[in-house]
Design a protein around this ligand. Structure first.
Ligand code: BGC
Length: 447
């Protein structure tokens, strides 16, 4: 038996995203987003599901804040639907959209919960996509303008801001692999988009400083870890490429003002020509106040010629997998955190997402999601090891408060510590909710 203990001043929380929980897509003057379009395109989302109702948090936010208050969390990370604020991406502000987030934020503050606001969690206004989306540099200016509106409107109420959630997904999953909106499959396009996203992030941070907003700003890249099967250089390099695609590609520009050579060369080999305008790298290289880290999975892999984009294959060891099929690999969490600290120094880190998919249903009113509790225990143990090793962890937010619209998987995959019945919209606290509540109130748990 071991006691896993956490610093007294560490913050605890839960995370969600607008399109995944809000519903009410045709209410409050909201414009259409690329996820409305994508989910209504046949064959893109499992079972033809879409976010029209989702968890109906737009109407049930008071109940959801109540769930969080009872859970005892310090921070709630939510995202703002850009098309609620600017239905066409730019132009006139939609007051009803601002009003909704004021109601939510006021409710949180009243419950003693610090709001952490993500400005972009994937629901790009469709009107901007119609003009090229993130491939068009005008979208960068539209994003800065929308962010400025939010900063001014919520200054004094919201102290923690996140520009982008998971730029790897926005660029590559959505425009090269094609599984997410808008669903393109073009490496040149996706890589150029990754650059525009980083410029948008940098310009937004500049704007935040220029306005003198009282608070902290960062971004939340997704991470993964592949451990080399052997110490052969080809295995080590293959894993380094995969990790580098997520970590170095999206962090070196922010922390060092340059793209990593090994990835630049690899992309060049694949025919990618990145267009970088004068001043872009300086713009991206803005000091940030904290780094958000999203981590779910990792594995062991080795070199395999011509396999996928980066020439590697997984080695199957029989690691357990969650109900979405992702291997459970808590060592990867530790490795990601120590690697980032080694490479970028003592940057304050919030774990902005970590969690697991288990599809347990209520039986006699109780959801026995032991798989999720095990996952949490293993990953919080890895986190505690990282803290012991000097990683500057400020907080841990689990994904997710609620079961919700899991993008291309629709409602078939459940990540919540609270169960949602999608027919009645009834919420049921799972066993993991009670486990998490106990752990964060103690600031330790027993393994
Ligand atoms: C995203 C969430 C998503 C979760 C589980 C992250 O990639 O930020 O929106 O639901 O992982 O797939």
């Amino acid at each position: 038996m071991a006691i896993i203990q956490f610093p007294k001043d560490m913050k605890w929380g839960t995370a969600t995203a607008s399109y995944q929980i809000e519903g009410a897509t045709n209410e409050g003057g909201r414009g259409g987003s690329i996820w409305d379009t994508f989910s209504k395109t046949p064959g893109k989302v499992l079972n033809g599901d879409n976010g029209d109702v989702a968890c109906d948090s737009y109407h049930r936010y008071e109940e959801d804040v109540q769930l969080m208050k009872e859970l005892g969390i310090d921070v709630y990370r939510f995202s703002v639907a850009w098309p609620r604020i600017f239905p066409n991406g730019t132009g006139e502000v939609n007051q009803e959209g601002l009003d909704y987030y004021h109601r939510l934020v006021d409710e949180l503050l009243e419950a003693g919960i610090e709001p952490m606001c993500t400005l972009y969690h994937w629901d790009l206004p469709q009107a901007l996509q119609d003009k090229g989306g993130w491939n068009n540099r005008e979208t960068i200016d539209a994003f800065v303008n929308y962010s400025e509106t939010m900063f001014k409107e919520f200054s004094g109420k919201i102290k923690y801001w996140i520009t982008l959630n998971e730029p790897w997904c926005i660029a590559f999953l959505s425009n090269y692999i094609g599984l997410h909106a808008p669903g393109n499959q073009n490496l040149q396009l996706a890589t150029q988009i990754s650059h525009h996203l980083l410029v948008a992030h940098g310009k937004t941070v500049q704007k935040f400083r220029e306005l003198g907003i009282n608070g902290e700003i960062g971004y939340a890249p997704n991470t993964t870890w592949l451990h080399p099967y052997s110490n052969k250089l080809e295995d080590i390099d293959a894993c380094r490429r995969e990790v580098g695609w997520y970590i170095e590609w999206f962090m070196d520009p922010v922390f060092k003002g340059e793209y990593p050579d090994f990835m630049v060369e690899w992309f060049k080999k694949k025919g990618v020509e990145l267009v970088i305008e004068d001043g872009d790298m300086e713009t991206i290289n803005q000091p940030i106040d904290f780094l958000g880290i999203n981590y779910y999975t990792g594995h062991v892999a080795r070199y395999k010629e011509n396999e996928g984009l980066l020439d590697w294959e997984l080695v199957e060891f029989g690691y357990q997998r969650t109900d979405i099929g992702w291997p459970i690999y808590p060592e990867g969490f530790y490795n990601v955190l120590t690697h980032i600290t080694d490479r970028y120094g003592d940057v304050p880190i919030y774990i902005t997402e970590n969690g697991s998919c288990y599809n347990d249903e209520p039986v006699d009113g109780r959801v026995r999601d032991n798989g999720r509790i095990d996952y949490l225990q293993q990953h919080l143990t890895a986190l505690s090891r990282a803290i012991e090793s000097g990683v500057n962890v400020k907080g841990y937010l689990t994904w997710s408060l609620l079961d919700n619209f899991e993008w291309a998987e629709g409602y078939s995959k459940r990540f919540g510590i609270v169960h949602v019945n999608y027919r009645t919209l009834e919420r049921t606290k799972k066993d993991s909710y009670y486990w998490f509540k106990q752990a964060i109130s103690n600031k330790w748990f027993e393994l």
